[in-house]
Ligand binder design. Structure first.
Ligand code: HEC
Length: 171
């Protein structure tokens, strides 16, 4: 009888051991298969990416589109109005002090200083040429004069007024 129990215990524990091993094997197999799957996309992250990919400007059609376009145009015009340089002043001294003087006061990059000697030959070519050179920019022997001193929001009249002020204020 005793012997019988021992045999049963031995076989039963073998069955249990086999089942434990099978369980561990199945867990490992499950983990392995799970690791092979692409992770589920996170809907919140997806939405955020979509939003970042949107074009900056909206596209409108129909009557809402026309209204939106008119509004955008008005906003652009208002922004452009604010961009007339130095409030549209025709006072050459203001524009010179704020912009042109950066080069012309110290003679940076070959810019002629406000000294009569540096300007004699330039004045001799006539004020129309100097105006044109200042508005359109030009490359001379001394260096590069950038168009409108590098500020395209200056009007032609403002540049002309500044050139005239410079010529009138040579020492
Ligand atoms: C980045 C530097 C720089 C700035 C800013 C600048 N200039 Fe000049 N300018 C020059 C240089 C350099 C020359 C000389 C080019 C040459 O003769 O080789 C010059 C030449 C000129 C001349 C002489 C043109 C000629 O026909 O000989 C006039 C006029 C002039 N600048 C006006 C202006 C006015 C007006 C402004 C401001 C709106 C201005 N400059 C801003 C660099 C500058």
């Amino acid at each position: 009888m005793r012997n019988h129990d021992l045999v049963f215990l031995k076989q039963f524990s073998m069955v249990i051991a086999f089942l434990v091993a099978l369980t561990i094997a199945l867990i490992l197999a499950g983990m392995y298969i799970n690791a092979q799957q692409e992770p589920e996309p996170n809907p919140v992250a997806e939405a955020a990416v979509q939003q970042r990919l949107q074009p900056v400007g909206g596209v409108y059609a129909g009557s809402t589109g026309a209204a939106a376009q008119a509004a955008a145009k008005a906003a652009a015009a208002a922004a452009a109005a604010g961009q007339v340089a130095y409030d549209g002043t025709l006072d050459g001294s203001v524009i010179y002090a704020a912009l042109c003087g950066a080069c012309h006061t110290a003679g940076a990059g070959g810019a002629p200083k406000l000294e009569r000697a540096a300007w004699a030959a330039r004045i001799a070519q006539g004020s129309d040429v100097m105006h044109k050179h200042a508005i359109e920019g030009f490359q001379g022997a001394a260096g590069i004069m950038p168009a409108k001193g590098g500020n395209p929001s200056l009007t032609d009249e403002q540049v002309i007024a500044t050139v005239d002020w410079m010529v009138d204020n040579l020492k």
